[in-house]
Ligand binder design. Sequence first.
Ligand code: NAD
Length: 480
Amino acid sequence: IPVDPFDLVIFGGTGDLARRKILPALFRRFCAGQMPDDSRIIGAARSEMSESEYRDLVRDALAEFGKKHAEDKHAVEAFLKHLHYVAVDAMGDGGWKEMKALLRDEEGLVRAFYFSVGPSLFGPLAEQLRENGLADRETRIVVEKPFGHDLESARSLNEELAQHFYEDQIYRIDHYLGKETVQNLMAVRFGNMLFEPLWNAQYVDHIQITVAETVGVGGRGSYYDHSGAMRDMVQNHLMQLLCLIAMEPPAQFEADAVRDEKLKVIRALDPVDPDQIVRGQYTSDGSMPSYREDAENPTSKTESFIALKCYISNWRWANTPFYLRTGKRLSARASEIAVVFKETPHSIFGIDSGRHRNVLSIRLQPDEGMTLGVTIKEPGPGGMRLVDVPLDMSFADALGPDAEEVTDAYERLIMDVIRGNQTLFMRGDEVEAAWAWTDPLIEGWERRGDSPKPYDAGSGGPDDAAFLINRDGRRWRGIK
Ligand code: NAD
């Protein structure tokens, strides 16, 4: 379904994120027929370049990151006709008049500005838009992560934006929320009778969220070294996944109804004891550099891995552990949310049949999909032996070769901006509440001077992370 025609300005339109994600996503939506003919994409960045130079840059970006559609040269050239470029300086006067002259004031035309630049430019850009008369009550702005470094900086970013824009104009991106499986999680929870009655402390033993990466921090090591896994991954992505898993059913699938429920989850999170947190840092495996080499900081105490156990203090989840884990340079690229149900209260099949648990596994990568583990009789004449089998809901199987096309989070999220749907974007108070929970944990280990535990590159993280869950009589699923 086509969206309304739009003028979308991408500040940072020559940057890495724009070339790798935003422009290829827009191109694929164009190929899918979702972009109206009179829509325009306006790249804006500091470098002086002509429109045709910018189109060349985008042509190259599509060839590199545009997947199979980019092989269609006609489609690429047709898309490039929608592109324009203006050199602007967020911190100065240059380019704003040209930008104003380019933008159209037409009834029904959506105007959006994507801030694909560092957060220090969010405030100055918002101010420039207002001062130069480029934004009105309908204009939308999109901001990228990181949204702050701690509660104080997130608050001041929110305040800076709020001086010029209302909350319903601000779209804070967390691309995990745009993933097909993450949305499917809500469909499974709230579109079936089967799960929701069991979705609580009485029937769920525990929940695991793992986001494992094989890459290191090389290339952005010096930035990462001021951040670490807690700020870079847990405060935003893992927290968002936790919210969607744990929240109460909203009355409607509508932005504030959903975000109110997510906020309640974050506010109900207990503080975490230091002995329930394991931080790690990868060492060199001989062929690849260690974290400290990547970060160019030989004494760095920043974590490239974190595992923790937390609790949500409310009726639904009292005493149900949530185990969260994320890290770089691990043995596999695998992200999964696993809802591990309790064992049956009594086994009628005798102790030989073993102990079985249903597990609903929601995979975010590499192959997005869901699997429900159920226990059945092992086929054959061998008596009543039980075996666990997966009920597979893999998108690749269900959707065939088009599956790749539905999985890109940026496509979905950018189109939601044009539609004016904020459901899959973070609200300012959510982000602040998440920082309010993470800040004391970070301050705690900084105050104590804790060093992260070294772990081998290509492993499952430090041994202590396994111990964190094993001592509760449970095990991590997936990567070890
Ligand atoms: P980048 O350094 O590759 O690009 C920055 C862009 O900002 C360039 O186009 C540059 O011209 C423009 N710019 C810088 N100063 C400017 C100014 N004063 N006025 C106008 N334009 C200016 O950065 P990136 O990797 O594209 O990241 C952009 C933002 O997105 C950052 O906040 C980053 O943390 C975030 N982000 C990036 C990624 C990614 O994969 N690259 C992923 C998630 C979030």
